[in-house]
Design a protein around this ligand. Structure first.
Ligand code: AMP
Length: 317
């Protein structure tokens, strides 16, 4: 089973209470691939400039990720993003977003990328997400986005969301998108659109993540308990990578599987375990050489944490 992902491939400037990195490989598609590649084959679609060296490309290709559809634009500059985290590490300010080669990017997918059974539209201009979606016919597709695109390209984003099975968004962004007063109300508002996904995953930073399905199902996962978070950059993308990677692996084992509440609940656990490693170092630095067994240990620990055996008591009338 192969996942095709489109999204930013970037250089990031990062400032957290634990230190500063001027310019390290990042981007939503980059972080996603680092995580999803633990589970299955990944193909990345997107442009980079000629400042993106062979060493950067080799990092993108970690665990066999295919980079044939990464276009190196001669004379172009790679997407650049700079963010500064507040002391709580849950909130951050974007200092710079330079789209560079993404400004004029017109994706043309190879047949192999079109044929992938799973598609992930990672965070980037919604118009680019839609252009990639239009060229593919996956069994299952998911999408992530962010406040910038809600601010400047809302109509395109709403259309893109209507073209996938699963929307993955931060809590504040989901509420900003719908202007609904609670997370639940925001999810219901999206389900009420003319075209809407059948599942919504709401990321809640250090509080975990919540799943809502259109048929009324749901699930909540806590974050993995950690002593120290060094840099949350890419947490959302590696969460999505583990989540979508798990769905792809399940579909590989059973092509007729319905991706329902139970599959997605487990997917949330796999995403959370994968992301927990990412936040322990800058960028994706911890994930490059990490063995799959380290992710597996945290998947098992999280399953233990959410396991409950009902023991009801009688309530007073
Ligand atoms: P996350 O921490 O999961 O929200 O993702 C952080 C990554 O998103 C960084 O590596 C950035 O390069 C990338 N990023 C930041 N802003 C944007 C944007 N407007 N569009 C696409 N990617 C972005």
């Amino acid at each position: 089973m192969t996942i095709t992902v489109v999204g930013s491939i970037a250089f990031d400037g990062l400032e957290t209470p634990h230190g500063v990195r001027e310019r390290i490989p990042g981007g939503a598609a980059f972080h996603f691939a680092q995580a999803a590649s633990f589970f299955t084959d990944v193909r990345v679609v997107g442009p980079v400039g000629d400042d993106y060296t062979d060493e950067h490309m080799a990092l993108l290709a970690t665990r066999g990720t295919n980079t044939d559809d990464v276009e190196r634009v001669a004379g172009g500059k790679t997407f650049f993003w700079k963010g500064k985290y507040h002391d709580d590490l849950n909130t951050r300010d974007t200092i710079t977003t330079e789209l560079n080669v993404f400004e004029t990017f017109d994706p043309k997918l190879s047949q192999e990328s079109r044929d992938a059974d799973v598609l992930f539209l990672a965070n980037i201009v919604p118009g680019v997400q839609r252009a990639v979606r239009a060229q593919s016919s996956p069994k299952w597709a998911a999408l992530d986005s962010m406040n910038l695109w809600i601010d400047i390209a809302r109509d395109d984003l709403v259309a893109a969301i209507g073209e996938v099975d699963c929307l993955i968004l931060n809590d504040e962004e989901l509420q900003q998108l719908t202007e609904a007063p609670t997370t639940y109300a925001a999810a219901q508002a999206v389900f009420g659109w003319d075209a809407s996904p059948s599942a919504i995953v709401c990321k809640q930073g250090s509080y975990g993540a919540q799943l809502f399905t259109k048929d009324g199902g749901g699930f909540t996962v806590p974050v993995f308990p950690l002593d120290r978070v060094v840099d949350p950059t890419g947490a959302g993308d590696t969460f999505a990578g583990g989540l979508v990677g798990y769905v792809a692996a399940r579909l590989a084992a059973d092509p007729s599987l319905t991706v329902d509440r139970d599959v997605l609940a487990s997917a949330l656990i796999h995403g959370t375990a994968t992301a927990s490693h990412n936040v322990e170092d800058f960028g994706s630095e911890k994930l490059y050489g990490l063995p799959g067994s380290a992710v597996q240990e945290r998947i098992e620990r999280l399953h233990e944490l959410v396991r409950l055996t009902p023991a009801p008591v009688d309530l007073r009338a």
